[in-house]
Design a protein around this ligand. Structure first.
Ligand code: 13P
Length: 306
């Protein structure tokens, strides 16, 4: 490691103590960021850790909707987002006004929103879900209710197929996951014939059909652990490979495609984390009203026991 990085890490460590902070990093973060974090995990798991943490200050290394979720679940804590411009293109594909308008046309329906939504969209929703619990959450809703699934059409399609249930799907998608094509799968299979293919449910449905396992990022970590295979093609953002390689040193992990990069996830750097801890900003600010309304669908999700 270069002396500059070593110095940065030391400064971050001492600022963490001074500010009584905890650093959380999503599985898609740069390796250098994952390596200094106190916890690395999926979007919901990290928010739950934030809520339980004794520290008053949470530095959330991820994208905005994740830091917002942590803040909603820990309203008394200070949640800092080192890269405030790190949005999620998928989350930005549905607005609160659009959901309100849809609801007005379907007054008896339920709105299930993926955590990849803004706090304002969550505030208009009935229940949230993550890629890890989407099937369980939808299955907890009575068969006779119409469901609008927001915003990822591929995850919604996957849930509908798994449960043999018709869902109304919002037309949103993740550009990073959609970049993994059936052609990429064919190339990977040819290059790594012994590898098991794990893919994120935000991928194209044709890619999902070709996979050995469909799972969110926490599901992939568990699957790689329990699976007898020693080689895996990873069908999600490439930051995941660092997490998996660290966890299972004896196994091999290959990127599904070199284009599997979520640019907003890479905006967080060690120097930005140092600046965030030094200046105690940028802080996530959500109005009390939105925070209260958005906490309801998150609580509804947690009450399904998932
Ligand atoms: P996880 O729910 O596994 O954290 O994935 C989040 C995400 O943004 C996928 O694109």
């Amino acid at each position: 490691m270069c002396p500059e990085t070593e110095e940065l890490k030391k400064e971050i460590e001492s600022l963490v103590k001074k500010q009584d902070a905890i650093i959380l990093a999503h599985n898609y973060q740069r390796p250098s960021v994952q390596d200094i974090a106190h916890h690395v995990g999926d979007s919901l798991g990290l928010s739950r850790i934030a809520a339980r943490a004794e520290s008053e200050v949470i530095v959330f290394c991820g994208v905005r909707f994740m830091a917002e979720t942590a803040s909603i679940l820990s309203p008394d804590k200070t949640v800092l987002l080192p890269a405030p411009e790190a949005g999620c293109p998928l989350a930005d594909m549905a607005t609160a006004g659009q959901i309100r308008a849809w609801r007005a046309r379907h007054p008896d329906a339920m709105v299930v929103s993926y955590v990849n939504t803004t706090a304002a969209v969550k505030a208009e929703s009935d229940i949230c879900c993550t890629s890890a619990n989407a099937c369980l959450v939808v299955d907890s809703i009575g068969d006779n209710r119409e469901i609008l699934f927001v915003p990822d059409r591929n995850l919604g399609h996957y849930v509908g197929e798994e449960l043999d249930r018709e869902l109304t799907l919002w037309d949103g998608w993740c550009p990073t996951h959609l970049s993994f094509s059936p052609m990429d799968v064919a190339v990977c299979r040819r290059e790594h014939p012994k590898a098991t293919l794990m893919v994120h449910p935000e991928c194209n449905p044709r890619v999902l059909q070709m996979a050995d396992k469909v799972a969110g990022t926490s599901g992939m970590v568990r699957y790689a652990d329990g699976c007898s295979s020693n080689e895996f093609i990873v069908g999600t953002e490439n930051g995941m490979i660092h997490r998996l390689e660290k966890e299972y040193r004896e196994k091999k992990f290959y990127a599904g495609t070199e284009h599997f990069i979520c640019p907003p996830m890479k905006l967080t750097t060690l120097s930005r984390i140092r600046a965030t801890l030094r200046d105690m900003k940028p802080e996530i600010q959500i109005s009390k009203e939105t925070e209260h309304k958005a906490s309801e669908p998150l609580k509804a999700m947690c009450s399904t026991g998932t």
